[in-house]
Structures are given as C-alpha cells and as structure tokens.
Design a protein around this ligand. Sequence first.
Ligand code: HEC
Ligand code: HEC
Ligand code: HEC
Ligand code: HEC
Ligand code: HEC
Ligand code: HEC
Ligand code: HEC
Ligand code: HEC
Length: 370
Amino acid sequence: MKMKKWLMLTGVMIVLNFPGPVVLARDRCVDCHGKQNPTLVKDWNNSAMAASGMACADCHGQGHTGSDDIDKAVRPAIHACKKCHEQQAEGFAMGKHGRAEEALAMAPMGKKIKAQAPEVFERSCAACHNGICRDGGQCDACHTGHRFSAKEARKPEACLPCHMGNHPQYEAYSNSKHGALYKSRGLDDTVPTCTTCHMSGGDHGVKTSWGFMGMRGQEPDVKKRADQKVVMEALEMLGPVLAPDSFRPDMAQWETKRTEMVEICAGCHTATFAKEQLKAGDRIVDQANHTAAGFINLAKKMKQSNQCSQEEYFWLIRDKMHAQRMSMYVDAFHQFPEGILLELIHFKRETLDLKKKISAGEKNKEKNNE
Ligand code: HEC
Ligand code: HEC
Ligand code: HEC
Ligand code: HEC
Ligand code: HEC
Ligand code: HEC
Ligand code: HEC
Ligand code: HEC
C-alpha cells in the first residue's frame, strides 16, 4: 500500500518535471515563492486554474525571475483575466462595480476627506471603491487569490468587507430568515445568498432598481416626488447622487430590474408572494424618504435662522440622516425587521431634538427682542 502511494507520487513528480517552457517557469517561481509564501502556493495548488495546467507566468509574465527585478512582475488586474474570461470581464464593466472608482472620484464628500485627511481617504473610501475597481477591475475582490474560487465568491462573506456599516447589506442579510438559513444549512440551493439574487446566472454586472440612493429619475406619484426632491437636494451636497448610473433614469429601466428580481425570488417562492414582499420594500423607501424629508426641512430651518453654520448643517445631514435613511430600506429589502424599527426610532428622537433646539432658539430671539 505504502509502496503504491510512493510509486504514484513519483509518477506525478515525473509528469510535473517533464521538460516544457511553461512547466519549467512554474517550477522556478515555486522554488522561491513556495518557501517565501507557502500559503499562496498552497492556495494556487488547490485552484481550478492550476488543475487546468496554468502557470504563474500566465498572469505575472516572465519578466521577473529573482529578487533584483521585482518591479518587472506584472500586477494582474481585469485585463489579465479578460484574455480568457471575456464574458465576466465585460459584465463587470457594465455594472456598478465597474464604475466604483469613477463614483468615488466625483463625490464632493470624497474630495473633502481626501483634502483634509488623505491617509484616511486611502485606507477607507479607496480601500472599498478602488479595491474592486482599480485599473479597471480587481477580480480578486471576490475570487481571493490564489484560490480564485467560484464557490468562495458565492458566500456572503465575499461581500462583507464592503457591504457593511453605512451600506449594511451584510448585517441585514445576516439577521434575516435567509441569513439564518445560511447559518444553519451553509451554501445550498435552497438558501439564497447575495449572489443568488444579485449575480444570477453568473451575471457580473451588478445593478438594482432603487440603487444605493433609493431614488428614481421618474417618480409617478406627486407626493413621493416632493419628498424625493428634498432628499435629492441634500444628497447633492454630500455627492453620492452625482455618481455615474446612480439611479434608473426612467420607469422602464426600473421595471426591468424589478421583473428580473421577482423571477429570482419565484425560483423558490410564488411570484405573488415575491411581488408583495418587494412592494412592501417600496413602501419603506417611501416612508424613509418622507421621514428624512421632514428631518431635512427642520435642519434647513436651523441653518436659515443661523442656529447652525453651513459646516454644521453638512455634518447634521451626513451623520444623522444619510446612512439611517438608507438603512431603513436596505433592512426592508433584506428582511431585517429589527433594523427598520431602530432607524424609525432614530428619526423620531433626532426630529424631536431639532424641534426642541428650534423652539429654544425662537424663545431666545423673543427675549432678545423684548
Ligand atoms: C530567485 C527567487 C525568485 C524567483 C525564481 C521568483 N521570484 Fe517572485 N519574488 C521574489 C522576491 C524576493 C520577491 C519580493 C518579496 C518581498 O518583497 O518580500 C518577489 C516578488 C514577487 C511578486 C510581487 C511583486 C510586487 O510588485 O510586489 C510577484 C507577483 C512574484 N514575485 C511572482 C513571481 C513569478 C510569477 C515568478 C516566476 C515567473 C517568480 N516570482 C519567480 C523572488 C523570486
Ligand atoms: C490567474 C492569475 C494568477 C496566477 C496564475 C498567479 N497569480 Fe499571483 N497574483 C494574482 C493577482 C490577481 C494578484 C494580486 C495583484 C494585486 O493585488 O495587484 C497576485 C499577487 C501575487 C503576489 C503578491 C502577493 C502579495 O500579497 O503581495 C505574489 C508573490 C504572487 N502573486 C505569486 C504568484 C505565484 C508564485 C504564482 C504561481 C504559483 C502565481 N502568483 C500565480 C494573479 C495570479
Ligand atoms: C490563460 C487563460 C486564463 C487566464 C489569464 C485566467 N484564467 Fe481563470 N480560468 C481559466 C480556465 C481554463 C479555467 C477553468 C478551469 C475549469 O473550468 O476547470 C478558469 C477558471 C476560473 C475561475 C472558476 C474557478 C472555479 O472555482 O470554478 C475563476 C473564478 C477564474 N478563473 C478567475 C480568474 C481571474 C480572477 C483571473 C485574472 C486574475 C483569471 N481567471 C485569469 C483560464 C484563465
Ligand atoms: C466599507 C466600504 C466603503 C467605504 C469605506 C466607502 N464606500 Fe462608498 N460605497 C460602498 C458601497 C458598497 C457602495 C454601494 C452601496 C449600495 O449600493 O447600497 C458605495 C457607494 C458609494 C457611492 C455611489 C452611490 C451610487 O449610487 O452610485 C459614492 C459616490 C460613494 N460610495 C462615495 C464614498 C466616499 C466619498 C467614501 C469615503 C468618504 C466612501 N464612499 C467610503 C462602499 C464603501
Ligand atoms: C462581486 C464579486 C465578484 C467579482 C468582483 C468577480 N466575480 Fe467572478 N464570480 C462571482 C460569483 C458569485 C461567481 C459564481 C457564479 C455562479 O455560478 O453562481 C463567479 C464566477 C466566475 C467564474 C466561473 C464561471 C463559471 O461559469 O463557472 C469566472 C471565470 C469568473 N467569475 C471570473 C471573474 C473575472 C474575470 C472577474 C473580474 C472581471 C470576476 N470574476 C469578478 C463573483 C465575482
Ligand atoms: C471591495 C469592495 C466590494 C466588494 C468585495 C463587493 N462590492 Fe458590491 N459594491 C462596491 C461598491 C464600492 C459599490 C458602488 C459602486 C458605485 O456606486 O459605482 C458596489 C455596488 C454593488 C451593487 C449595486 C447596487 C446598486 O447601486 O444598484 C450590488 C448589487 C453589489 N455591489 C453587490 C455585491 C455582492 C453581491 C458582492 C459579493 C459577492 C459584492 N458586491 C462585493 C464594493 C464592493
Ligand atoms: C433574497 C434575495 C436577496 C439577497 C439574498 C440579498 N439581496 Fe441585496 N437586494 C435584494 C433586493 C430585492 C433589493 C432591492 C432591489 C430594488 O431596488 O428593487 C436589494 C438591494 C441591494 C443593494 C442596493 C441597495 C440596497 O437597497 O440595499 C445592494 C448593494 C445589495 N442588495 C447587496 C446585497 C448583499 C451584499 C447581500 C448579501 C450580504 C445581499 N444583497 C443579499 C435582494 C437580495
Ligand atoms: C434559493 C431559494 C430562495 C430564494 C431565491 C428566495 N428565498 Fe425567500 N426564503 C427561502 C426559504 C427556504 C425561506 C424559509 C421558508 C419557510 O420558512 O417556510 C424563505 C423565507 C422568506 C421570507 C420569510 C421570512 C420570515 O421571517 O418568515 C421572506 C419575506 C422571503 N423569503 C422573501 C424573499 C424575497 C423577496 C426573495 C427575492 C428577492 C426571496 N425570498 C428569494 C428561500 C428563498
């Protein structure tokens, strides 16, 4: 038995050492990097691409061969992968991930942070945005090197470092029934993960109906349009709404994305149930916009009566309205009941607080006038 194993191993080694330019290059790289970065090489040896006979040099080129020419090693981004994976590369570029760098570059909020605290900008904003989009696209944002696994990218953890906090999709999903099922069953076709709903059929062009902003170019309802206008103005000051492809410009494009989503849910639920669930999400978008518009109008009133400066107004909108408004519908669409309620309570508390400050200010004014 031991002898057989030994024979098989030597057999494999002979095949691997069989002279040929590509195999030799791989061995050279592994001679050094197998010692320097053994886990990197271990991951690569477990990958589908290694099994298909690819070599290190297929991505990194042949220019670097030792410690004095390190700068000649290619740092592969989307263009290196596109040679063999054109469909995924094109899909990626068409979706929002392919515009993440552009979105960051044009946001006034980004310019502000970049000018005031460039190190913070690099390690936060840019770590997420350029982390997925630098040099046109970083495919290893989800398919971590050097395992480059499709299965790993289907797990919600592949999205965790970026879709959290201010954009709390990971937290919302984790606290939902779907997330609970994932925790108990793991990756399984009965359990939807982020990519079941957002990259169906391996479509790499991520985009949703409402988008990050919860806005649409055409709002048929007059009252809802009025609320959206107030919110939109405040968001223009922060910047995100100016990002490329930030919202669907017309109802036809909004509906196309919605129909696709209903079809995905309907793979497991009835279409009627799915439509009603998504409409319930839309009603929370409306509620979030209405509540936020009330808050914004009070904040504006404070600014107009010089109770707060433009700078204070900026941070009031950023710190007390922006993320909380979005969280309300992010939580709704990802079925996190407690999250929705906590954001509503936040707005009630902050709105009362602003009202109190405004009426104290008015009383002071009256006193001064007497
Ligand atoms: C003689 C040893 C040696 C060989 C052979 C070698 N490398 Fe390296 N490689 C190094 C060293 C040393 C570094 C720098 C490590 C550090 O900074 O800690 C490096 C760095 C790298 C980097 C990072 C470059 C960067 O910009 O930071 C890549 C990628 C790389 N090697 C790939 C390869 C590939 C692919 C091959 C085979 C074609 C290869 N190496 C062959 C020693 C080697
Ligand atoms: C399918 C393409 C591909 C192949 C094949 C590949 N790599 Fe890489 N490698 C990458 C990517 C992508 C990065 C990350 C580049 C970046 O972040 O700019 C990387 C980074 C590296 C780094 C730098 C790691 C660090 O943390 O600084 C080294 C060293 C490296 N590769 C060595 C190798 C070796 C050795 C092999 C063969 C065993 C190999 N690579 C095969 C795509 C590949
Ligand atoms: C020289 C061609 C080539 C290049 C360049 C290349 N790949 Fe691949 N890749 C392949 C082949 C071949 C397979 C299929 C292996 C299979 O189906 O078993 C594959 C499979 C994959 C898979 C699926 C793995 C799985 O778990 O099924 C991923 C993900 C992947 N590649 C990512 C990348 C990324 C990211 C890059 C760039 C950093 C890249 N590839 C560059 C040829 C290439
Ligand atoms: C933790 C990762 C992370 C950090 C840090 C981060 N972002 Fe983002 N950003 C995202 C994600 C994820 C989205 C998309 C969220 C969504 O669609 O719900 C996004 C969306 C955006 C958008 C585009 C909105 C749109 O509709 O297209 C802009 C602009 C933006 N962020 C700017 C910034 C600025 C400026 C900073 C730093 C002050 C920053 N981001 C920090 C992850 C991050
Ligand atoms: C946002 C995360 C994410 C990014 C970024 C990403 N992928 Fe993927 N990729 C996935 C997921 C999820 C799958 C599995 C899809 C499925 O079959 O369910 C996948 C599958 C693949 C496959 C296997 C296809 C198949 O049919 O088995 C390849 C090849 C691939 N991706 C290449 C790329 C390339 C090239 C890039 C960069 C342009 C890239 N990916 C960027 C998430 C990502
Ligand atoms: C390295 C950070 C990063 C990772 C990892 C990442 N994303 Fe993103 N994602 C972003 C950023 C940044 C944006 C916003 C881009 C913009 O607005 O231009 C975004 C946007 C999106 C959008 C578009 C929402 C809209 O506006 O309509 C979806 C959907 C999405 N991501 C899903 C995923 C999924 C699913 C995963 C995991 C498989 C994932 N992302 C992994 C950073 C990331
Ligand atoms: C069961 C399906 C499903 C799962 C699982 C899911 N989402 Fe979503 N996601 C949705 C729906 C529905 C929307 C709202 C679509 C719309 O605009 O009509 C949405 C919206 C989004 C958006 C856009 C902004 C927003 O409203 O949140 C991003 C980004 C996003 N999801 C990322 C993720 C990430 C990351 C995960 C995993 C942690 C995830 N989603 C899990 C269905 C899902
Ligand atoms: C891959 C299968 C799958 C997909 C796709 C899927 N779900 Fe589910 N969903 C489930 C399962 C399984 C349950 C638990 C069913 C039960 O409790 O009987 C569930 C439960 C739910 C629940 C009930 C939560 C609770 O607390 O009772 C809602 C709401 C829901 N899904 C909405 C959606 C929506 C909306 C979509 C599409 C955006 C969707 N689901 C997509 C499998 C899926």
